[in-house]
Design a protein around this ligand. Sequence first.
Ligand SMILES: [Zn+2]
Length: 215
Amino acid sequence: MNIILLGPPGSGKGTQARSLMEKCGLVQISTGDILRKEVAEGTPVGLKIKDIIEAGNFPEDDLIMELLENRLKDSDCDSGVILDGVPRTLYQAEYIDRLFEKLDKKLDAVIELSVDDQKLIARLSGRFTCQDCGEPYNDTYKLPAKEGVCDKCGGETFLRRPDDQPEAIQNRLEVYHEQTRPLIDFYSESGRLKSVDGMKQMEEVSSQILAIVAN
Ligand SMILES: [Zn+2]
């Protein structure tokens, strides 16, 4: 079982990927991971990437695809993979089709976690955590029982991340939609796109994804 998981930041994609790894024995492959691995191991490609990243650039598609091919050949990928954060471009999507064919693998499903932008912004911009124990809270969904006091540790200082400001989230969503639209069209035209409502409860999203994977 090989799948591609698409979803904007804050859609719970990471959580869903972890749950698929645990329940289906799939290996998660993200661009960041394969890039970091090559750089850490100091391979010739890794050194090249290090130069590119240190110069403030992002490695080209072909280089990323070369790394992906190497990674897919590892034996732990035989039981199936979840591609996360890749493909990012139409070029990569077409490349991956050829790559899978070459490696005699099948892309079984492309799962999109669809979201309602305005609801997602409301959900994410309400997030805050206890500074002392990291307990997560939300203005709308989960306030401390006693105002200003952490339920878990009694701490009284809470943190909000600057990138959880509504404008910042709106920005990330716009970038995501712009990047992803061509991919959604590409996979939907070839009948491979499965959409799951990412605004539902985590467990429900999870069971919908499992139902797709089980087919
Ligand atoms: Zn706390």
